[in-house]
Write a protein that binds this ligand. Structure first.
Ligand SMILES: [Zn+2]
Length: 356
C-alpha cells in the first residue's frame, strides 16, 4: 500500500495538478529545463492555463522517453499524478536517457473537465493530414444523432462493441458531436509538432512515447496499447520493451478499436526508432463513460456553461469522478502500473544493442 503522501500526487482538477507538478519540478535535481506554453483562454475560475514541458536528464541524450498527460483534458489527473510521482522520486536518471514530460497537453479541457479542447476538437482524432479528404463520418454522426433523439439507446451503443467502435473512431463533419477530429491543426497538436521539431527523433537512437489516458477497460488496469502497423519496426520495439502486456487494436487484443487521426500516427511517421504506446487506465466501464460524456457534450452544445450553476458542477464532477476516481485503491493501481511501465521503458532504452 502506498502512503497518503505518495497518493497526494493526484488531483482531479487542473490547478491542483499543475501546482503539484510544478512544485515537484522546482525541487527536482533531474529537471534541466521547463517550458511553460500559455493557452489563449483562461479556466472557469479565471486561472491561467499552460501546457508545461519539463526536460529531465541531459536533453542531448541519445535516448528519449516522452510522457504525455491530458490529451483528453479531463483525463489529465491520471497522467499528471504519474509525472509528478516520477519527478519526485528520481534523483538521477540512467546514462544517455532524457525524459520529456508534456504536462496537460489540453489544459483548457483539463480545467473545464471536458474531453475535447476549446474548439470542440478531440485532440486524439486531430492528427490527420488536413490536405487530404477526411474519412467518411456518415455512420458515426448517424449514431450520434440517434443518441440525441433517444438517449436511452446509449446503453445498447455501449454494449455493442461494433457500434461503440464506429461512434468513437472519429468524425470530421460535426463539431457539436463527440469524437470530432477538427478541420485544422489544433493548438495542442501544434505543441507536439514543435516538440518533435526540437527533439529531432531522426538524430536519436531510440524514442519511446507513453501517452497516458483513462476511461477504457477494467477498473485500475493500465493497458498498454500499440497502434503500430502489424509487422512494423515500431510493433517489434513495443513487444521487445513490454512483452505480452502490449495490446493491439488491429489484432483485436485491445479494449480500444481502430481509430482515425490518433496522436500515435504523427509519431509513427518520425522513423523506425520511434515507439508510441497509449497507457489507458480503466475506471467504471463504457456505459458510464458514454453517460458522462453525453451529458457534458449536451451541456457544451447548449452554449451556456455557467459555472455558478449546480447543474454544471454536477456534470463536471461526474466527469472528474469518472476519469480520475478519488479512490485510494484505484490510485494505488495507477501508481504501481505507471511506475512499472516507466521503469520498463527506461530499462529498454538503456539496454545494449546486442541481446541484453
Ligand atoms: Zn483518452
Amino acid at each position: 500500500m502506498y502512503a497518503e503522501a505518495i497518493l497526494s500526487a493526484f488531483s482531479q482538477r487542473y490547478a491542483g495538478a499543475r501546482d503539484k507538478f510544478i512544485s515537484a519540478v522546482e525541487t527536482s535535481s533531474i529537471v534541466e529545463r521547463i517550458n511553460n506554453i500559455a493557452h489563449p483562454l483562461r479556466g472557469p475560475k479565471n486561472e491561467r492555463l499552460f501546457c508545461d514541458i519539463a526536460w529531465a536528464g541531459n536533453p542531448r541524450s541519445r535516448n528519449v522517453l516522452v510522457l504525455v498527460s491530458g490529451v483528453h483534458g479531463v483525463e489529465g489527473g491520471v497522467g499528471s499524478a504519474i509525472q509528478s510521482d516520477f519527478v519526485g522520486r528520481h534523483r538521477r536518471l540512467p546514462a544517455d536517457v532524457c525524459v520529456v514530460m508534456v504536462h496537460a497537453l489540453n489544459p483548457w479541457g483539463f480545467a473545464c473537465a471536458s474531453r475535447n479542447d476549446h474548439e470542440g476538437i478531440d485532440i486524439n482524432r486531430n492528427f490527420v493530414n488536413f490536405a487530404d479528404t477526411q474519412p467518411d463520418s456518415t455512420e458515426a454522426v448517424a449514431i450520434w444523432k440517434q443518441l440525441i433523439k433517444q438517449p436511452a439507446t446509449l446503453e445498447s451503443v455501449a454494449e455493442q462493441r461494433e457500434q461503440f467502435d464506429k461512434l468513437s473512431q472519429g468524425q470530421y463533419s460535426d463539431a457539436g458531436a463527440l469524437y470530432f477530429g477538427g478541420k485544422a491543426i489544433s493548438w495542442s497538436r501544434q505543441i507536439i509538432e514543435d516538440l518533435v521539431a526540437q527533439l529531432k527523433p531522426e538524430k536519436r537512437q531510440k524514442v519511446v512515447i507513453i501517452d497516458i489516458h483513462s476511461g477504457l477497460g477494467p477498473y485500475g488496469y493500465g493497458e498498454l496499447i500499440s497502434d503500430h502497423p502489424d509487422g512494423s519496426a515500431g510493433q517489434q520495439m513495443a513487444r521487445a520493451l513490454f512483452g505480452a502486456t502490449v495490446a493491439e487494436p488491429a489484432l483485436g487484443t485491445s479494449v480500444s478499436g481502430e481509430k482515425y487521426g490518433l496522436h500515435d500516427y504523427f509519431w509513427h511517421k518520425q522513423g523506425d526508432n520511434v515507439c508510441f504506446l497509449t497507457l489507458e487506465f480503466g475506471t467504471f466501464g463504457s456505459q458510464q463513460m458514454l453517460n458522462v460524456l453525453f451529458a457534458d457534450q449536451q451541456l457544451q452544445q447548449s452554449g451556456k456553461v455557467d459555472w455558478s450553476e449546480q447543474k454544471t458542477l454536477d456534470i463536471k464532477h461526474a466527469m472528474q469522478d469518472f476519469f480520475c476516481p478519488d479512490e485510494t485503491q484505484w490510485q494505488e493501481l495507477v501508481l504501481f502500473r505507471g511506475r512499472q511501465v516507466i521503469e520498463m521503458a527506461l530499462e529498454g532504452l538503456t539496454a545494449h544493442e546486442n541481446g541484453s
